[in-house]
Design a protein around this ligand. Structure first.
Ligand code: GAP
Length: 428
């Protein structure tokens, strides 16, 4: 199946309650998106899967949830105040502003004027704010542009509380903010988004083996999202394109509707961050190897995942069109563990109280067990199936007159459209 175009995905997301434009009722706010009832569940399923796979299921990982607002010294020491910039150019005719490296600078993309741009200036992408009632230099803070710094600043706290063996890692999920010059491609590049980041602390001599181990874990993650192997590509990022802190980066790219682009990144950040914190705060970030006098500032491998890009890749890879009984059908072939609705339960018709009562019983039973179960008695059964297909519900359960006799129901499979009779007691 070829990659669906972006408009198809955007329109399905809006129509079916996955994702809406942020502040839409007031004309929107560029680069912001709101998650509807199905979108928020899909997003949480992705985030929970990540947390389970990379924090809960591992002995060498610790979770944190740091504040979004941090002392401005964090961003001075990390280099973000000086270098977290993109090249900004302005059209001399229409005054449109663009990211220089994302356009053909011989022509303005908005008004078409030829050669309208002067030299680029570096535009810092951090959102600046003030903390407290006094608006001066000392109260400056920033909405964090990466969750990583909340991990680095808690490195010593976690070591002191848990004294873990090296290597070990700290994971965090949460919002990040970047004042992108040109937000684009739906949720792919937004101004407010979520990250899931790991800082994995290692002996400096052993960074390469940890890098290789995490590389395999990233592939396992892509598989757990249901992404086809051939749609994910590794890109060894050349030195000139790497972030200021990285000695090696591999971008994992995905075939998005707008083209092959970064899904997530994996960087070898050396001791850049911990050493900067040590120098700027005057507090030691050294780790003492247990039972020895050997001390060093650990080096770091950083797998950094974007939630929205994972969600977009999941939707794109799940989107499927086929034909059933001569009619075109659209469905989301979502992995069961990610589907926002696990089962939809319906009475065959809604004007027979005995059917509705029995269907309510089955619904309640499954809802208690799975949580994400939908009651759906709108329209005829064919329409219900189509609607549930479009939101990726793996199975629809229908209660009919036979159910009242033998306690079996019809289970209809999303992918094959096959229907089977199953005993209520056997529903899982
Ligand atoms: N701590 C490292 C770091 O932040 P990054 O490559 O700038 O590295 C990591 O960001 C991931 O965060 C990206 O691979 C992407 O998935 C996501 N991301 C970055 N900027 C984004 C944006 N403007 N909108 C949506 N996701 C973004």
């Amino acid at each position: 199946m070829s990659t669906p175009n972006l408009e198809t995905i955007v329109s399905l997301c809006k129509r079916r309650g996955f994702i809406y434009q942020g502040s839409e009722v007031y004309g929107g706010l560029s680069g912001t998106w709101d998650y509807g009832p199905l979108g928020v569940t899909l997003k949480r399923n992705i985030m929970n899967l990540w947390w389970k796979m990379f924090v809960e299921d591992r002995e060498d990982m610790y979770g944190v949830d740091a504040a979004i607002l941090m002392n401005q010294k964090v961003w001075q020491a990390s280099g973000h105040v000086d270098t977290f910039t993109d090249p900004l150019v302005e059209c001399s005719n229409c005054h449109g502003r663009f990211r220089e490296d994302k356009i053909d600078i011989s022509k303005c993309p908005t008004c078409g004027t030829k050669n309208p741009f002067s030299t680029a200036r570096q535009f810092n992408m951090m959102f600046k704010t003030n903390v407290g009632p006094v608006d001066d230099e000392n109260s400056i803070s920033y909405l964090r542009p990466e969750t990583a710094q909340g991990i680095f600043t808690n490195f010593k706290n976690v070591v002191d509380s848990f004294y873990p063996d090296l290597p070990f890692g700290i994971g965090q999920q949460g919002k990040a903010f970047r004042n992108e010059i040109s937000p684009r491609d739906f949720v792919f590049r937004s101004r407010e988004f979520e990250q899931m980041e790991i800082e994995y602390f290692v002996d400096p001599e052993k960074w390469e083996e940890a890098f290789e181990a995490w590389r395999k874990q990233v592939w396992a993650w892509c598989e757990a999202l249901g992404l086809a192997k051939e749609s994910v590509h590794e890109l060894e990022v050349p030195e000139a394109d790497r972030a200021h802190y990285s000695k090696r980066t591999i971008d994992f790219e995905y075939d998005f509707p707008h083209g092959r682009d970064e899904l997530l990144g994996m960087a070898y950040r050396t001791d850049f961050d911990l050493s900067n914190i040590q120098n700027a705060s005057g507090k030691s970030m050294e780790y003492t190897v247990k039972g020895t006098n050997t001390k060093f500032v650990p080096h770091v491998i950083e797998p950094s995942f974007g939630v929205e890009r994972a969600l977009m890749a999941v939707l794109v890879s799940a989107y499927t069109e086929d034909e059933v009984n001569g009619e075109k059908r659209t469905y989301l072939k979502l992995p069961e563990h990610l589907a926002p609705v696990r089962f939809a339960v319906s009475p065959l018709v809604k004007n027979k109280p005995e059917l509705v009562e029995k269907a309510r019983e089955v619904y309640k039973m499954l809802k208690e067990k799975h949580g994400n179960v939908m009651w759906d008695d709108n329209g005829n059964i064919g329409k219900r199936y189509r609607r549930q297909d479009e939101i990726g519900t793996p199975q629809c359960i229908t209660i009919d007159f036979d159910t009242l006799e033998d306690d079996t129901v019809t289970v209809r499979d999303r992918d094959t459209t096959e229907q089977k009779r199953v005993a209520i007691a056997d529903l899982r």
